[in-house]
Write a new protein. Structure first.
Length: 194
């Protein structure tokens, strides 16, 4: 099997472990294959690839998402450096509403995180010169693009800054001005699957 799907505490959020083939030249892996993803139960058609570069350790991007009807599923991986990747359940009525998970993604472990629609996404850079690439199943829409504060007290993410030797975080102007969840127009509603 080319990919292993590992469940997390948040329904629909999965760690994806690719098969890595190593020899005397280096390594090779498939980072995505539609048919092999279908085999492990992920039937999503991704239509856009995004690639970000972050210069400094201690930078937080997020919590980002697009509201309905332009919500996005994301398949996130760190291709240079290391990040603490965060998924937050923003679906009102969900048994895990406002809960979050944190997963280390790095160029070394090559793991990916699948974050479905209805979740916010954020990450903390754990090294300088980090590159993150992710696939989405809906095009970017400025009109639907939203953020929530990284330190929202209702969500209460433990960024574990001391563990990673980070004294102060770096934020964009957009993320500094992001509203708290209680002031956000997030419109995700959880519904029990049949």
């Amino acid at each position: 099997m080319k990919f292993e799907k590992i469940e997390t505490e948040l329904e629909g959020v999965y760690i994806i472990k690719p098969s890595i083939f190593v020899d005397n030249r280096g390594w090779f892996m498939e980072s995505y294959n539609y048919y092999d993803f279908k085999i492990i139960g992920i039937n999503i058609i991704f239509i856009q690839d995004n690639h970000s570069y972050t210069a400094k350790k201690g930078t937080i991007r997020g919590i980002h998402f697009q509201i309905n009807p332009k919500a996005q599923t994301k398949l996130v991986r760190c291709t240079k450096g290391k990040i603490l990747d965060i998924a937050v359940d923003l679906r009102k009525g969900s048994p895990t509403y406002k809960k979050w998970i944190a997963i280390e993604l790095s160029e070394e472990n090559k793991n990916m995180l699948l974050i479905p629609k209805g979740f916010g996404h954020a990450f903390l850079t754990l090294k300088d010169n980090v590159e993150v690439q992710y696939k989405v199943d809906e095009y970017y829409s400025k009109e639907h693009d939203r953020s929530i504060r990284y330190d929202d007290p209702e969500i209460n993410i433990n960024w574990d800054l001391e563990k990673y030797g980070i004294e102060k975080v770096i934020l964009s102007e957009k993320d500094k001005k992001a509203p708290f969840l209680k002031d956000s127009d997030v419109n995700f509603i959880w519904s029990e699957k049949a």
